[in-house]
Design a binder for this molecule. Sequence first.
Ligand SMILES: *[C@@H]1O[C@H](CO)[C@@H](O)[C@H](O)[C@H]1NC(C)=O
Ligand SMILES: *[C@@H]1O[C@H](CO)[C@@H](O)[C@H](O)[C@H]1NC(C)=O
Ligand SMILES: *[C@@H]1O[C@H](CO)[C@@H](O)[C@H](O)[C@H]1NC(C)=O
Ligand SMILES: *[C@@H]1O[C@H](CO)[C@@H](O)[C@H](O)[C@H]1NC(C)=O
Ligand SMILES: *[C@@H]1O[C@H](CO)[C@@H](O)[C@H](O)[C@H]1NC(C)=O
Ligand SMILES: *[C@@H]1O[C@H](CO)[C@@H](O)[C@H](O)[C@H]1NC(C)=O
Ligand SMILES: *[C@@H]1O[C@H](CO)[C@@H](O)[C@H](O)[C@H]1NC(C)=O
Length: 460
Amino acid sequence: MIARINHVPLVVLLCLFPPTKETCPSMCLCTSDTVSCSASGLTKIPKLLPSISITLDVSHNQMSWLGPGSFNRMSRLENLWMAHNQINNLANGAFQNASSLRYLDLSSNKLQKVEQHYFEGLWRLEELILFNNKITQVEAGTLTGLSSLKKAYFSLNLITQFPFFSIQDRSHPFLSMLDLSSNLITRLPWQDVKALPGLVQRGLYLHNNSFICDCSMYSMFWHWDLRGYDSLRDFTDEHTCSISGEPRDSIRFLRYTRFFNNCTVERPVSLPVTVLLSKVLVSEGKSVRLDCQTSLSSANLSFTWLSPSQGYITQSNVDETLMSLFANGTLEIQAAKVNDSGLYVCTAEDIKEALNATREINVTVLLPEVESYSTGYTTLLGCVVTMVLILIYLYLTPCRCSCCKQPNPPVVPIATYEPANSMPIFSASTADREKSYMNKHVAFMQPMLSEEGPEWTQES
Ligand SMILES: *[C@@H]1O[C@H](CO)[C@@H](O)[C@H](O)[C@H]1NC(C)=O
Ligand SMILES: *[C@@H]1O[C@H](CO)[C@@H](O)[C@H](O)[C@H]1NC(C)=O
Ligand SMILES: *[C@@H]1O[C@H](CO)[C@@H](O)[C@H](O)[C@H]1NC(C)=O
Ligand SMILES: *[C@@H]1O[C@H](CO)[C@@H](O)[C@H](O)[C@H]1NC(C)=O
Ligand SMILES: *[C@@H]1O[C@H](CO)[C@@H](O)[C@H](O)[C@H]1NC(C)=O
Ligand SMILES: *[C@@H]1O[C@H](CO)[C@@H](O)[C@H](O)[C@H]1NC(C)=O
Ligand SMILES: *[C@@H]1O[C@H](CO)[C@@H](O)[C@H](O)[C@H]1NC(C)=O
Protein backbone atom coordinates (compact mmCIF):
# COMPACT_ATOMS: atom_id res chain seq x y z
CA MET A 1 0.00 0.00 0.00
CA ILE A 2 2.66 2.47 1.00
CA ALA A 3 4.70 1.71 -2.09
CA ARG A 4 1.71 2.34 -4.33
CA ILE A 5 1.03 5.69 -2.66
CA ASN A 6 4.68 6.64 -3.03
CA HIS A 7 4.43 6.12 -6.78
CA VAL A 8 1.57 8.54 -7.29
CA PRO A 9 3.62 11.76 -7.38
CA LEU A 10 5.99 10.22 -9.90
CA VAL A 11 3.15 9.24 -12.22
CA VAL A 12 1.67 12.74 -11.90
CA LEU A 13 5.07 14.20 -12.62
CA LEU A 14 5.48 12.06 -15.71
CA CYS A 15 2.07 13.10 -16.96
CA LEU A 16 2.84 16.77 -16.46
CA PHE A 17 6.34 16.61 -17.89
CA PRO A 18 6.60 13.72 -20.31
CA PRO A 19 10.15 13.05 -21.43
CA THR A 20 10.64 15.70 -24.05
CA LYS A 21 10.44 14.25 -27.56
CA GLU A 22 12.65 16.79 -29.31
CA THR A 23 15.82 16.05 -27.38
CA CYS A 24 19.08 15.81 -29.22
CA PRO A 25 21.15 12.78 -28.24
CA SER A 26 24.45 13.86 -26.72
CA MET A 27 26.57 12.31 -29.49
CA CYS A 28 24.64 14.10 -32.28
CA LEU A 29 24.46 17.63 -33.56
CA CYS A 30 20.97 18.96 -34.19
CA THR A 31 20.04 22.03 -36.20
CA SER A 32 16.62 23.17 -37.33
CA ASP A 33 15.79 20.15 -39.46
CA THR A 34 19.05 18.23 -39.67
CA VAL A 35 20.58 15.75 -37.26
CA SER A 36 24.15 14.60 -37.66
CA CYS A 37 25.37 11.62 -35.66
CA SER A 38 28.17 10.89 -38.07
CA ALA A 39 31.29 9.05 -36.84
CA SER A 40 30.14 8.82 -33.24
CA GLY A 41 30.51 5.09 -32.66
CA LEU A 42 26.80 4.29 -32.89
CA THR A 43 25.80 0.63 -32.99
CA LYS A 44 22.13 1.40 -33.54
CA ILE A 45 19.88 4.30 -34.41
CA PRO A 46 19.31 6.44 -31.29
CA LYS A 47 15.77 6.12 -29.92
CA LEU A 48 14.84 9.72 -29.31
CA LEU A 49 15.69 11.79 -32.33
CA PRO A 50 13.88 15.04 -33.08
CA SER A 51 10.76 13.98 -34.96
CA ILE A 52 10.82 17.11 -37.10
CA SER A 53 14.10 16.15 -38.78
CA ILE A 54 14.27 16.05 -42.55
CA THR A 55 17.87 14.94 -42.81
CA LEU A 56 19.62 12.35 -40.68
CA ASP A 57 23.28 11.52 -41.04
CA VAL A 58 24.42 8.36 -39.29
CA SER A 59 27.25 7.53 -41.67
CA HIS A 60 30.67 6.28 -40.49
CA ASN A 61 29.39 4.34 -37.50
CA GLN A 62 29.39 0.71 -36.37
CA MET A 63 25.76 -0.25 -37.02
CA SER A 64 25.35 -3.80 -38.25
CA TRP A 65 21.61 -3.97 -38.83
CA LEU A 66 18.47 -1.88 -38.86
CA GLY A 67 15.68 -3.02 -36.56
CA PRO A 68 11.97 -2.80 -37.35
CA GLY A 69 10.55 0.71 -37.11
CA SER A 70 13.98 2.29 -36.70
CA PHE A 71 12.56 5.59 -37.99
CA ASN A 72 9.04 5.22 -36.70
CA ARG A 73 8.69 8.68 -35.28
CA MET A 74 10.49 10.43 -38.11
CA SER A 75 7.66 10.74 -40.57
CA ARG A 76 9.22 13.84 -42.12
CA LEU A 77 12.56 12.22 -42.83
CA GLU A 78 13.61 12.77 -46.46
CA ASN A 79 17.36 12.22 -46.52
CA LEU A 80 19.02 9.36 -44.74
CA TRP A 81 22.77 8.90 -44.87
CA MET A 82 24.03 5.57 -43.57
CA ALA A 83 27.13 5.02 -45.68
CA HIS A 84 30.22 3.44 -44.14
CA ASN A 85 28.61 1.25 -41.52
CA GLN A 86 28.66 -2.54 -41.17
CA ILE A 87 25.01 -3.09 -42.05
CA ASN A 88 24.42 -6.58 -43.40
CA ASN A 89 20.68 -6.91 -42.94
CA LEU A 90 17.52 -4.84 -42.67
CA ALA A 91 14.66 -6.11 -40.54
CA ASN A 92 11.14 -6.39 -41.86
CA GLY A 93 9.61 -2.92 -41.58
CA ALA A 94 12.91 -1.14 -41.02
CA PHE A 95 11.53 1.89 -42.86
CA GLN A 96 8.02 1.63 -41.49
CA ASN A 97 6.56 5.14 -41.09
CA ALA A 98 9.46 6.70 -42.99
CA SER A 99 7.52 7.00 -46.22
CA SER A 100 8.72 10.54 -46.85
CA LEU A 101 12.19 9.27 -47.68
CA ARG A 102 13.54 10.54 -50.98
CA TYR A 103 17.24 9.87 -50.65
CA LEU A 104 18.67 6.73 -49.06
CA ASP A 105 22.38 6.13 -48.94
CA LEU A 106 23.44 2.67 -47.80
CA SER A 107 26.70 2.63 -49.74
CA SER A 108 29.87 1.04 -48.34
CA ASN A 109 28.10 -1.35 -46.03
CA LYS A 110 28.04 -5.15 -45.83
CA LEU A 111 24.72 -5.99 -47.49
CA GLN A 112 24.79 -9.36 -49.24
CA LYS A 113 21.31 -10.00 -50.46
CA VAL A 114 18.83 -7.25 -51.21
CA GLU A 115 15.57 -8.74 -50.05
CA GLN A 116 12.17 -7.99 -51.42
CA HIS A 117 10.91 -6.32 -48.21
CA TYR A 118 13.88 -3.98 -47.70
CA PHE A 119 12.43 -0.84 -49.21
CA GLU A 120 8.76 -1.56 -48.75
CA GLY A 121 6.57 1.53 -48.53
CA LEU A 122 9.20 3.93 -49.84
CA TRP A 123 7.12 5.05 -52.79
CA ARG A 124 8.58 8.54 -52.66
CA LEU A 125 12.17 7.35 -52.84
CA GLU A 126 14.08 9.03 -55.68
CA GLU A 127 17.66 7.90 -55.09
CA LEU A 128 18.74 4.53 -53.79
CA ILE A 129 22.46 4.22 -53.23
CA LEU A 130 23.81 0.74 -52.62
CA PHE A 131 27.24 0.80 -54.21
CA ASN A 132 30.26 -0.83 -52.62
CA ASN A 133 28.46 -3.49 -50.61
CA LYS A 134 28.82 -7.24 -50.91
CA ILE A 135 25.58 -7.73 -52.80
CA THR A 136 25.41 -10.95 -54.78
CA GLN A 137 21.68 -11.06 -55.35
CA VAL A 138 18.85 -8.59 -55.80
CA GLU A 139 15.46 -10.16 -55.24
CA ALA A 140 12.87 -9.64 -57.95
CA GLY A 141 10.40 -7.57 -55.92
CA THR A 142 12.98 -5.18 -54.52
CA LEU A 143 12.18 -2.27 -56.83
CA THR A 144 8.46 -2.94 -57.03
CA GLY A 145 6.56 -0.07 -55.52
CA LEU A 146 9.48 2.36 -55.71
CA SER A 147 7.53 4.25 -58.32
CA SER A 148 9.27 7.59 -57.84
CA LEU A 149 12.73 6.16 -58.30
CA LYS A 150 15.02 8.27 -60.46
CA LYS A 151 18.45 6.84 -59.76
CA ALA A 152 19.58 3.49 -58.41
CA TYR A 153 23.22 2.67 -57.79
CA PHE A 154 24.26 -0.98 -57.49
CA SER A 155 27.80 -0.51 -58.70
CA LEU A 156 30.86 -2.16 -57.07
CA ASN A 157 29.08 -5.25 -55.81
CA LEU A 158 29.18 -8.95 -56.65
CA ILE A 159 25.96 -9.09 -58.65
CA THR A 160 25.71 -11.79 -61.30
CA GLN A 161 22.02 -11.41 -62.12
CA PHE A 162 19.64 -8.50 -61.96
CA PRO A 163 15.83 -8.63 -62.20
CA PHE A 164 15.48 -6.32 -65.19
CA PHE A 165 12.01 -7.69 -65.85
CA SER A 166 10.75 -5.98 -62.70
CA ILE A 167 11.23 -2.63 -64.43
CA GLN A 168 8.41 -2.28 -66.89
CA ASP A 169 7.00 0.28 -69.18
CA ARG A 170 5.14 2.28 -66.58
CA SER A 171 6.33 0.87 -63.28
CA HIS A 172 9.15 3.39 -62.84
CA PRO A 173 8.36 6.33 -65.10
CA PHE A 174 11.20 8.53 -63.79
CA LEU A 175 13.99 5.98 -63.63
CA SER A 176 16.81 7.39 -65.71
CA MET A 177 19.89 5.92 -64.06
CA LEU A 178 20.51 2.29 -63.24
CA ASP A 179 24.13 1.74 -62.40
CA LEU A 180 25.24 -1.89 -62.48
CA SER A 181 28.83 -1.20 -63.40
CA SER A 182 31.73 -3.05 -61.75
CA ASN A 183 29.82 -6.19 -60.89
CA LEU A 184 30.25 -9.80 -61.97
CA ILE A 185 27.60 -10.06 -64.67
CA THR A 186 28.65 -12.54 -67.36
CA ARG A 187 25.49 -12.71 -69.44
CA LEU A 188 22.49 -10.44 -69.53
CA PRO A 189 18.93 -11.55 -70.24
CA TRP A 190 18.91 -9.62 -73.51
CA GLN A 191 15.20 -9.95 -74.13
CA ASP A 192 14.46 -8.34 -70.75
CA VAL A 193 17.04 -5.63 -71.33
CA LYS A 194 15.64 -4.84 -74.77
CA ALA A 195 12.19 -4.50 -73.21
CA LEU A 196 13.37 -1.88 -70.72
CA PRO A 197 11.87 1.57 -71.23
CA GLY A 198 14.08 3.79 -73.39
CA LEU A 199 14.85 6.14 -70.53
CA VAL A 200 16.23 3.26 -68.47
CA GLN A 201 18.28 1.86 -71.37
CA ARG A 202 19.79 5.28 -71.90
CA GLY A 203 20.83 5.44 -68.26
CA LEU A 204 21.97 1.84 -67.87
CA TYR A 205 25.61 1.56 -66.83
CA LEU A 206 27.15 -1.86 -67.39
CA HIS A 207 30.87 -1.27 -67.84
CA ASN A 208 33.52 -3.21 -65.95
CA ASN A 209 31.51 -6.41 -65.64
CA SER A 210 32.61 -9.90 -66.63
CA PHE A 211 30.75 -10.25 -69.91
CA ILE A 212 31.39 -13.15 -72.19
CA CYS A 213 31.71 -11.95 -75.75
CA ASP A 214 28.85 -13.00 -77.98
CA CYS A 215 26.78 -11.58 -80.78
CA SER A 216 23.65 -10.75 -78.78
CA MET A 217 25.72 -8.75 -76.32
CA TYR A 218 27.50 -6.96 -79.13
CA SER A 219 24.26 -6.24 -80.93
CA MET A 220 22.74 -4.52 -77.90
CA PHE A 221 25.78 -2.36 -77.21
CA TRP A 222 26.10 -1.58 -80.92
CA HIS A 223 22.59 -0.12 -80.87
CA TRP A 224 23.28 1.91 -77.75
CA ASP A 225 26.53 3.15 -79.23
CA LEU A 226 24.71 4.24 -82.36
CA ARG A 227 22.39 6.32 -80.26
CA GLY A 228 25.32 8.00 -78.56
CA TYR A 229 24.43 7.10 -74.99
CA ASP A 230 26.68 8.73 -72.42
CA SER A 231 27.02 5.45 -70.53
CA LEU A 232 29.04 4.13 -73.49
CA ARG A 233 30.76 7.34 -74.54
CA ASP A 234 32.09 8.05 -71.08
CA PHE A 235 33.37 4.54 -70.40
CA THR A 236 34.42 3.25 -73.81
CA ASP A 237 37.54 1.50 -72.55
CA GLU A 238 35.84 -0.02 -69.51
CA HIS A 239 33.47 -2.02 -71.70
CA THR A 240 35.21 -5.35 -71.89
CA CYS A 241 34.24 -8.89 -72.58
CA SER A 242 36.24 -12.08 -72.47
CA ILE A 243 36.37 -14.49 -75.36
CA SER A 244 36.58 -17.70 -73.43
CA GLY A 245 35.43 -16.57 -70.02
CA GLU A 246 39.04 -16.01 -68.99
CA PRO A 247 39.61 -12.48 -67.70
CA ARG A 248 43.01 -12.64 -69.40
CA ASP A 249 41.56 -12.57 -72.89
CA SER A 250 39.33 -9.56 -72.35
CA ILE A 251 38.83 -7.24 -75.23
CA ARG A 252 37.57 -3.68 -75.27
CA PHE A 253 34.69 -4.49 -77.47
CA LEU A 254 33.62 -0.93 -78.24
CA ARG A 255 37.06 -0.19 -79.68
CA TYR A 256 37.99 -3.50 -81.24
CA THR A 257 35.03 -4.82 -83.13
CA ARG A 258 36.91 -7.23 -85.39
CA PHE A 259 35.88 -10.18 -83.28
CA PHE A 260 32.24 -9.47 -84.04
CA ASN A 261 32.65 -9.25 -87.80
CA ASN A 262 30.66 -12.43 -88.24
CA CYS A 263 27.76 -11.26 -86.09
CA THR A 264 24.66 -10.23 -87.91
CA VAL A 265 23.67 -7.09 -86.14
CA GLU A 266 20.03 -6.23 -86.56
CA ARG A 267 19.62 -3.11 -88.57
CA PRO A 268 18.16 -0.31 -86.51
CA VAL A 269 14.47 -0.07 -87.23
CA SER A 270 14.55 3.66 -87.52
CA LEU A 271 16.96 6.41 -86.77
CA PRO A 272 16.25 10.02 -85.99
CA VAL A 273 15.69 11.69 -89.31
CA THR A 274 14.75 15.21 -90.16
CA VAL A 275 12.24 15.06 -92.93
CA LEU A 276 12.97 17.71 -95.49
CA LEU A 277 11.31 21.00 -94.99
CA SER A 278 8.02 21.36 -96.74
CA LYS A 279 6.10 24.46 -97.50
CA VAL A 280 2.45 25.21 -96.96
CA LEU A 281 0.55 28.29 -98.12
CA VAL A 282 -2.74 29.18 -96.52
CA SER A 283 -4.84 32.27 -96.79
CA GLU A 284 -5.81 34.13 -93.67
CA GLY A 285 -8.83 32.79 -91.85
CA LYS A 286 -8.66 29.38 -93.50
CA SER A 287 -7.94 26.23 -91.60
CA VAL A 288 -4.83 24.24 -92.33
CA ARG A 289 -3.60 20.79 -91.42
CA LEU A 290 0.07 20.12 -90.82
CA ASP A 291 0.98 16.45 -90.74
CA CYS A 292 3.75 14.98 -88.66
CA GLN A 293 4.80 12.11 -90.85
CA THR A 294 8.34 11.06 -90.06
CA SER A 295 10.54 8.03 -90.36
CA LEU A 296 9.04 6.67 -87.14
CA SER A 297 6.13 4.38 -87.73
CA SER A 298 5.41 2.91 -84.30
CA ALA A 299 1.78 3.08 -83.25
CA ASN A 300 2.83 4.51 -79.94
CA LEU A 301 4.31 7.91 -80.70
CA SER A 302 3.87 11.12 -78.81
CA PHE A 303 3.97 14.38 -80.69
CA THR A 304 5.15 17.83 -79.74
CA TRP A 305 4.82 20.79 -82.03
CA LEU A 306 6.88 23.94 -81.73
CA SER A 307 4.94 26.75 -83.33
CA PRO A 308 6.15 30.28 -83.95
CA SER A 309 3.17 31.92 -82.30
CA GLN A 310 2.09 29.45 -79.59
CA GLY A 311 5.37 27.87 -78.46
CA TYR A 312 5.26 24.20 -77.56
CA ILE A 313 2.01 22.44 -78.29
CA THR A 314 1.26 19.02 -76.87
CA GLN A 315 -1.87 16.95 -76.45
CA SER A 316 -2.18 18.27 -72.89
CA ASN A 317 -1.78 22.01 -73.50
CA VAL A 318 -3.30 22.48 -76.94
CA ASP A 319 -5.68 25.44 -77.02
CA GLU A 320 -8.78 23.74 -78.40
CA THR A 321 -10.30 27.02 -79.49
CA LEU A 322 -7.45 27.69 -81.90
CA MET A 323 -6.02 24.32 -82.84
CA SER A 324 -6.54 20.58 -82.74
CA LEU A 325 -3.82 18.02 -82.32
CA PHE A 326 -4.91 14.63 -83.66
CA ALA A 327 -3.66 11.33 -82.32
CA ASN A 328 -1.62 10.81 -85.49
CA GLY A 329 0.26 14.04 -84.84
CA THR A 330 -1.56 16.16 -87.39
CA LEU A 331 -1.95 19.73 -86.16
CA GLU A 332 -4.91 21.68 -87.42
CA ILE A 333 -5.00 25.44 -87.17
CA GLN A 334 -8.63 26.37 -87.32
CA ALA A 335 -8.33 29.90 -88.66
CA ALA A 336 -4.87 30.92 -89.72
CA LYS A 337 -3.72 34.39 -88.76
CA VAL A 338 -0.84 36.27 -90.29
CA ASN A 339 1.20 35.90 -87.16
CA ASP A 340 0.78 32.11 -87.38
CA SER A 341 3.29 32.18 -90.25
CA GLY A 342 6.69 30.66 -89.70
CA LEU A 343 8.47 27.41 -89.15
CA TYR A 344 6.53 24.60 -87.45
CA VAL A 345 8.64 21.78 -86.07
CA CYS A 346 7.02 18.54 -85.01
CA THR A 347 8.94 16.05 -82.88
CA ALA A 348 7.61 12.52 -82.93
CA GLU A 349 8.93 10.60 -79.96
CA ASP A 350 9.01 6.87 -79.57
CA ILE A 351 9.46 6.70 -75.81
CA LYS A 352 10.01 2.98 -75.68
CA GLU A 353 12.81 3.01 -78.25
CA ALA A 354 14.08 6.44 -77.17
CA LEU A 355 13.94 7.66 -80.74
CA ASN A 356 12.94 11.08 -81.95
CA ALA A 357 12.25 12.28 -85.44
CA THR A 358 11.32 15.73 -86.57
CA ARG A 359 9.24 17.19 -89.34
CA GLU A 360 9.50 20.81 -90.36
CA ILE A 361 6.89 22.79 -92.20
CA ASN A 362 7.24 26.39 -93.30
CA VAL A 363 3.81 27.92 -93.13
CA THR A 364 3.04 31.16 -94.92
CA VAL A 365 -0.30 32.79 -94.23
CA LEU A 366 -1.27 34.95 -97.16
CA LEU A 367 -3.17 38.15 -96.66
CA PRO A 368 -5.93 38.41 -99.24
CA GLU A 369 -5.79 42.20 -99.11
CA VAL A 370 -2.11 42.23 -100.16
CA GLU A 371 -3.42 41.04 -103.48
CA SER A 372 -5.97 43.84 -103.55
CA TYR A 373 -3.29 46.54 -103.42
CA SER A 374 -1.98 45.44 -106.78
CA THR A 375 -5.08 44.29 -108.59
CA GLY A 376 -8.09 45.75 -106.88
CA TYR A 377 -7.23 49.43 -107.14
CA THR A 378 -10.85 50.47 -107.36
CA THR A 379 -11.65 48.53 -104.23
CA LEU A 380 -8.82 50.39 -102.50
CA LEU A 381 -10.24 53.68 -103.59
CA GLY A 382 -13.68 52.68 -102.41
CA CYS A 383 -12.32 51.77 -99.05
CA VAL A 384 -10.41 55.00 -98.64
CA VAL A 385 -13.64 56.87 -99.34
CA THR A 386 -15.42 54.75 -96.76
CA MET A 387 -12.63 55.52 -94.32
CA VAL A 388 -12.90 59.23 -94.86
CA LEU A 389 -16.62 58.97 -94.28
CA ILE A 390 -16.04 57.11 -91.05
CA LEU A 391 -13.48 59.69 -89.94
CA ILE A 392 -15.86 62.55 -90.67
CA TYR A 393 -18.56 60.72 -88.78
CA LEU A 394 -16.29 60.23 -85.81
CA TYR A 395 -15.12 63.84 -85.73
CA LEU A 396 -18.60 65.22 -85.93
CA THR A 397 -19.70 63.20 -82.95
CA PRO A 398 -19.39 65.19 -79.73
CA CYS A 399 -16.48 63.43 -78.15
CA ARG A 400 -13.78 64.35 -75.70
CA CYS A 401 -10.19 63.46 -76.31
CA SER A 402 -10.19 60.77 -73.68
CA CYS A 403 -12.79 59.08 -75.84
CA CYS A 404 -10.50 59.18 -78.87
CA LYS A 405 -7.63 57.64 -76.91
CA GLN A 406 -9.58 54.52 -76.17
CA PRO A 407 -8.00 51.41 -77.62
CA ASN A 408 -9.09 50.43 -81.09
CA PRO A 409 -11.86 47.92 -81.32
CA PRO A 410 -10.50 44.38 -81.66
CA VAL A 411 -9.72 43.39 -85.19
CA VAL A 412 -11.90 40.41 -86.07
CA PRO A 413 -11.71 39.89 -89.78
CA ILE A 414 -12.29 36.16 -89.47
CA ALA A 415 -16.03 36.38 -89.07
CA THR A 416 -16.32 37.75 -92.59
CA TYR A 417 -14.71 34.68 -94.05
CA GLU A 418 -17.42 32.16 -93.24
CA PRO A 419 -15.16 29.53 -91.67
CA ALA A 420 -17.74 26.92 -92.62
CA ASN A 421 -16.48 27.17 -96.16
CA SER A 422 -12.83 26.89 -95.23
CA MET A 423 -10.59 24.47 -97.04
CA PRO A 424 -7.91 22.40 -95.31
CA ILE A 425 -5.05 23.79 -97.32
CA PHE A 426 -5.12 26.92 -99.40
CA SER A 427 -6.59 26.04 -102.70
CA ALA A 428 -6.76 28.54 -105.51
CA SER A 429 -10.07 27.35 -106.86
CA THR A 430 -11.97 30.07 -108.63
CA ALA A 431 -14.99 29.73 -106.38
CA ASP A 432 -12.77 30.44 -103.44
CA ARG A 433 -11.24 33.46 -105.03
CA GLU A 434 -14.62 34.90 -105.79
CA LYS A 435 -15.76 34.41 -102.24
CA SER A 436 -12.74 36.17 -100.79
CA TYR A 437 -13.05 38.91 -103.40
CA MET A 438 -16.58 39.56 -102.28
CA ASN A 439 -15.41 39.95 -98.72
CA LYS A 440 -12.31 41.92 -99.52
CA HIS A 441 -13.46 45.39 -98.65
CA VAL A 442 -14.81 44.25 -95.30
CA ALA A 443 -11.58 42.61 -94.26
CA PHE A 444 -9.56 45.44 -95.67
CA MET A 445 -11.07 48.17 -93.51
CA GLN A 446 -9.75 46.81 -90.27
CA PRO A 447 -6.02 47.20 -90.94
CA MET A 448 -6.68 50.71 -92.23
CA LEU A 449 -8.40 51.58 -88.98
CA SER A 450 -5.53 50.39 -86.91
CA GLU A 451 -3.06 52.27 -89.10
CA GLU A 452 -4.96 55.48 -88.58
CA GLY A 453 -5.12 54.98 -84.82
CA PRO A 454 -1.89 56.70 -83.76
CA GLU A 455 -2.61 59.71 -85.98
CA TRP A 456 -5.76 60.49 -84.09
CA THR A 457 -3.98 60.64 -80.82
CA GLN A 458 -1.27 62.86 -82.29
CA GLU A 459 -3.75 65.38 -83.59
CA SER A 460 -5.73 65.59 -80.40
C1 LIG B 1 3.09 5.00 -37.79
O1 LIG B 1 2.22 5.85 -38.51
C2 LIG B 1 0.87 5.61 -38.25
C3 LIG B 1 0.05 6.48 -39.14
O2 LIG B 1 0.82 7.32 -39.89
C4 LIG B 1 0.58 5.87 -36.80
O3 LIG B 1 -0.79 5.59 -36.53
C5 LIG B 1 1.45 5.00 -35.95
O4 LIG B 1 1.26 5.30 -34.59
C6 LIG B 1 2.89 5.20 -36.32
N1 LIG B 1 3.67 4.24 -35.58
C7 LIG B 1 4.53 4.62 -34.67
C8 LIG B 1 5.19 3.51 -33.95
O5 LIG B 1 4.80 5.77 -34.48
C1 LIG C 1 36.16 -2.74 -61.87
O1 LIG C 1 35.53 -3.55 -60.90
C2 LIG C 1 36.38 -3.98 -59.87
C3 LIG C 1 35.59 -4.86 -58.96
O2 LIG C 1 34.69 -5.64 -59.67
C4 LIG C 1 36.93 -2.81 -59.10
O3 LIG C 1 37.83 -3.24 -58.12
C5 LIG C 1 37.64 -1.89 -60.07
O4 LIG C 1 38.05 -0.73 -59.37
C6 LIG C 1 36.71 -1.50 -61.19
N1 LIG C 1 37.43 -0.72 -62.15
C7 LIG C 1 36.96 0.40 -62.66
C8 LIG C 1 37.84 1.08 -63.65
O5 LIG C 1 35.89 0.87 -62.32
C1 LIG D 1 34.16 -15.45 -89.40
O1 LIG D 1 33.76 -16.30 -90.47
C2 LIG D 1 34.85 -16.72 -91.28
C3 LIG D 1 34.27 -17.49 -92.45
O2 LIG D 1 33.13 -18.17 -92.11
C4 LIG D 1 35.81 -17.56 -90.45
O3 LIG D 1 36.90 -17.98 -91.23
C5 LIG D 1 36.31 -16.72 -89.29
O4 LIG D 1 37.11 -17.48 -88.44
C6 LIG D 1 35.14 -16.15 -88.48
N1 LIG D 1 35.64 -15.19 -87.51
C7 LIG D 1 35.35 -15.28 -86.22
C8 LIG D 1 35.93 -14.23 -85.36
O5 LIG D 1 34.58 -16.10 -85.78
C1 LIG E 1 -1.72 37.14 -83.40
O1 LIG E 1 -2.76 37.96 -83.87
C2 LIG E 1 -3.98 37.83 -83.17
C3 LIG E 1 -4.99 38.73 -83.81
O2 LIG E 1 -4.85 38.73 -85.19
C4 LIG E 1 -3.76 38.21 -81.71
O3 LIG E 1 -4.95 38.01 -80.98
C5 LIG E 1 -2.67 37.37 -81.13
O4 LIG E 1 -2.40 37.79 -79.80
C6 LIG E 1 -1.41 37.47 -81.95
N1 LIG E 1 -0.45 36.57 -81.41
C7 LIG E 1 0.82 36.90 -81.23
C8 LIG E 1 1.67 35.85 -80.64
O5 LIG E 1 1.25 37.99 -81.55
C1 LIG F 1 -4.66 12.23 -89.06
O1 LIG F 1 -5.93 12.17 -88.46
C2 LIG F 1 -6.87 13.08 -89.00
C3 LIG F 1 -8.15 13.01 -88.19
O2 LIG F 1 -8.38 11.76 -87.71
C4 LIG F 1 -7.11 12.73 -90.46
O3 LIG F 1 -8.02 13.62 -91.03
C5 LIG F 1 -5.78 12.84 -91.21
O4 LIG F 1 -5.93 12.45 -92.55
C6 LIG F 1 -4.72 11.97 -90.55
N1 LIG F 1 -3.45 12.27 -91.18
C7 LIG F 1 -2.58 11.36 -91.58
C8 LIG F 1 -1.34 11.85 -92.18
O5 LIG F 1 -2.83 10.16 -91.44
C1 LIG G 1 13.25 13.50 -77.75
O1 LIG G 1 12.66 14.77 -77.57
C2 LIG G 1 12.32 15.05 -76.23
C3 LIG G 1 11.63 16.38 -76.17
O2 LIG G 1 11.09 16.74 -77.38
C4 LIG G 1 13.57 15.07 -75.39
O3 LIG G 1 13.24 15.31 -74.04
C5 LIG G 1 14.26 13.73 -75.52
O4 LIG G 1 15.47 13.78 -74.82
C6 LIG G 1 14.52 13.41 -76.97
N1 LIG G 1 15.03 12.05 -77.06
C7 LIG G 1 16.02 11.71 -77.87
C8 LIG G 1 16.36 10.26 -77.91
O5 LIG G 1 16.62 12.53 -78.55
C1 LIG H 1 9.67 30.12 -95.05
O1 LIG H 1 9.06 30.74 -96.17
C2 LIG H 1 9.23 32.13 -96.24
C3 LIG H 1 8.41 32.66 -97.40
O2 LIG H 1 8.49 31.84 -98.50
C4 LIG H 1 10.70 32.44 -96.41
O3 LIG H 1 10.91 33.82 -96.43
C5 LIG H 1 11.43 31.87 -95.20
O4 LIG H 1 12.82 32.07 -95.33
C6 LIG H 1 11.15 30.40 -95.07
N1 LIG H 1 11.74 29.93 -93.83
C7 LIG H 1 12.53 28.89 -93.79
C8 LIG H 1 13.04 28.51 -92.45
O5 LIG H 1 12.82 28.24 -94.78
